[in-house]
Design a protein around this ligand. Structure first.
Ligand SMILES: [Zn+2]
Length: 244
């Protein structure tokens, strides 16, 4: 059994980012994927969610994605959770895997994923897309800063348009999902993450990418250890996903 076949990844959101991530990780030989998503498939998703076809519209995303992945990769262990990644489940889910990948579509989930990663010592590959812009960042507990070092807190609800309101350039989700999966594979291989300590911003209109350095803030509530998810920080596991 290859080393990757023994590794497990939690994919938060099974849509435009989570779909390409799961597809790539399964093809690369990751042994176990846990998909968590509480949405149903809509026609408007199909421009950027390659796991689904028109026949799947109306089906639950996590279950439909898992079914498709099993068909493509019969050796893959894949668990579909038709629920929200929330306060009640975040820590347990994070502990159950080696690595977290966040392809969710809302700030509350993104900050919770970062807090859960810090609280459990798991690495997290964060990704987001809106209109023509993608952002990637790796939360590396104990090594580099978390999402709260970067943004401190989620913007008030309604102050930033959602993907559904602003739209997403279809192919950009695939690009970002592929970059996220590559980062996940680097981390699973024990390498330092390309986006640990720096945010990648990619603009699909100009095909330009730039990095913004992210310093670990001394007073960061997230880095103080899962305060918002109500648990004490756990030590980073030996090897730690390998960002050292
Ligand atoms: Zn932090």
């Amino acid at each position: 059994m290859s080393d990757l076949a023994r590794r497990s990844v939690l994919v938060i959101g099974a849509g435009g980012l989570g779909g390409p991530v799961a597809l790539t990780l399964a093809a690369a030989g990751v042994g176990r994927l846990v998909l968590v998503d509480d949405d149903a498939i809509e026609t408007s998703n199909l421009n950027r969610q390659p796991l689904f076809t028109e026949k799947d519209v109306g089906q639950r995303k996590a279950a439909a994605a898992a079914q498709r992945l099993r068909r493509l990769h019969p050796g893959l262990e894949v668990e579909a959770l038709d629920r929200r990644f929330d306060d009640a489940s975040a820590i347990e889910l994070a502990r159950s895997v080696d690595l977290l990948v966040d392809g969710s579509d809302n700030f509350a989930t993104k900050f919770l994923a970062s807090d859960a990663a810090v609280a459990t010592g798991r690495m997290l590959v964060h990704g987001g897309v809106l209109r023509y812009t993608a952002q990637l960042f790796t939360v590396a507990p104990g090594v580099a800063g978390c999402l709260r070092c970067l943004f401190e807190a989620a913007p008030p609800p309604g102050s930033v348009p959602t993907c559904a309101q602003a739209g997403v350039l279809g192919p950009l989700a695939g690009t970002a999902g592929s970059l996220m999966a590559q980062e996940a594979l680097r981390l699973l291989a024990g390498e330092r993450g390309a986006y640990a300590g720096r945010l990648l911003i990619y603009d699909a209109r100009t095909a330009r990418a730039r990095f913004v350095p992210v310093r670990k803030r001394a007073d960061c509530l997230g880095c103080e250890g899962g305060r918002r998810v109500g648990v004490a920080a756990e030590p980073v596991p030996a090897g730690g996903g390998g960002a050292a």
